[in-house]
Design a protein around this ligand. Structure first.
Ligand code: URA
Length: 440
């Protein structure tokens, strides 16, 4: 017979600094879904966890219990290694759109469940939906079939997967308990482990445009997630990557899809390719399709130069209802009615010293390409392109970026934000490494 618990006892135990048992944690994760744990009791426990923390063992139990609160996708019957990547998100982070078809072209199965953008960070699902017809709301059986057929499928979280996180995230969002590392770890890892993966690579971003502002906090989160993966018996590696300036030269939806396709054509911006190739290499190594980084790089280079990675992208678009011709004709993507270039002031001399990713993210929102609430509609055509990078030379009237908007009234605020985001210095600042740490 299973033990009977009272939510208030569990709350008091954690409030007073105790360690919860596996059964108590399972009761909590089940209870938030079936109503045994009322919302007010769940939020009290979340706040107690916020202050008292969770041990690594408690975090692993919570992750496991949350994962099992709904459907765990079983991909064991599919041949090949199933490996995914998760990013904590940033401005211009379109890595998934490039990495998923690239990794599939190198022999992996990539079952990717992604989220929507909120606030200044964009979401992979929203970017994919800029492609006319592309469906991200597939059933699990469609997901499995497309994965089998093309090696890559990119969808939104189905309501059946990790319902405990859906509930807990909504409560955390309105009770000041989002910024809690064990809760973030359990939230992310429960969703990734429920995808039926064999291994996972994490991109934990830090800096102005990231969820984690400091490297120390990002490192703590990365270590917790790697340890939680290990506790679940899955190999997980994390890269710590800088997010002070946007990744690549584009932010938005159509603008980022175009830049991603350019990367698949082997002509993307260096910083975006650097992060994408580093993450994909670790996926190939964990999935066993490359023995070491040099071999992974050879395979990726061949997949990009032969057009195999782009062909996977087209195949994925077609399988998910999207128009694969966008890879050849960018005019098929939603295009903004207004396009203006923002230029450096006449006094500008020297180099770009900084491009504040947070302000660029806010500029995309000002143009209509972001959402403040999950229910907001976004304008896929709105965004920024041609953005200068730190260190590039500037003189009077150099183009700093291009703004895209359907509503001309939105351009003035966006222009103010990008002008404030981009700063200049007489000499180029020393280049900081983009990939700063690997946690295994
Ligand atoms: N992303 C998630 O999925 N969960 C969190 O708690 C934070 C970011």
């Amino acid at each position: 017979m299973s033990a009977t618990f009272f939510p208030q006892d569990i709350i008091i135990k954690k409030r007073d600094g105790g360690t919860l048992s596996r059964e108590e944690i399972e009761y909590f994760a089940r209870g938030v879904v079936n109503g045994d744990f009322a919302d007010y009791q769940a939020t009290a426990l979340l706040m107690a966890i916020f202050w008292r923390g969770l041990t690594p063992q408690e975090t692993a139990w919570l992750t496991d219990a949350m994962m099992r609160s709904g459907e765990v996708i079983d991909l064991r019957a599919l041949p090949g290694a199933k490996v995914d990547k998760h990013s904590t998100g940033g401005v211009g982070d379109k890595v998934s759109l490039i990495l998923a078809p690239l990794a599939a072209a190198c022999g992996l199965k990539v079952p990717m469940m992604s989220g929507r953008g909120l606030g200044h960070t964009g979401g992979t699902l929203d970017k994919l939906e800029a492609i006319p017809g592309f469906r991200t709301g597939l059933s699990v059986s469609e997901f499995r079939a497309i994965l089998q057929e093309t090696g890559v499928a990119m969808i939104g979280q189905t309501p059946q997967v990790v319902p405990a996180d859906r509930k807990l995230y909504a409560l955390r969002d309105v009770t000041g308990t989002v910024e809690c590392i064990p809760l973030i770890c359990a939230s992310i890892m429960s969703k990734k482990l429920a995808e039926g993966i064999d291994a996972l690579v994490l991109d934990v971003k830090f800096g102005r445009g990231a969820f984690m502002k400091s490297k120390e906090r990002a490192l703590e989160l990365a270590r917790d997630m790697v340890a939680t993966g290990r506790a679940a018996g899955k190999p997980v590696r994390a890269l710590l990557t800088a997010m002070d300036q946007p990744l690549g030269r584009a932010a938005g939806h159509t603008t980022e899809v175009i830049e991603s396709i350019e990367c698949l054509k082997n002509r993307g911006p260096a910083d975006l390719m650097e992060v994408t190739l580093a993450l994909t290499a670790h996926m190939l190594i964990l999935g066993g399709t490359a023995r070491h980084e040099a071999e992974a790089r050879e395979k990726m280079s061949a997949a990009l130069s032969s057009g195999a990675a782009l062909a996977k992208f087209r195949a994925m678009c077609a399988a998910q209802g999207g128009d694969p011709r966008v890879a050849d004709d960018y005019a098929l993507l939603p295009t903004a009615r207004q396009r203006i270039e923002v230029r450096a002031p006449a006094s500008a001399r020297g180099h770009v010293a900084g491009v504040d990713a947070l302000k660029i993210g806010h500029a995309v929102m000002a143009l209509g390409g972001g959402r403040a609430a999950v229910t907001d509609r976004i304008d896929h055509a709105a965004g920024v392109s041609d953005l200068l990078k730190i260190g590039e030379p500037v003189t009077a009237c150099t183009r700093l970026c291009t703004l895209h908007a359907n509503d001309p009234a939105r351009l003035a605020r966006a222009r103010e934000l990008v002008e404030a985001a981009i700063t200049f210095a007489p000499v180029a600042p020393p280049a900081a490494p983009l990939v700063q740490d690997l946690i295994e």
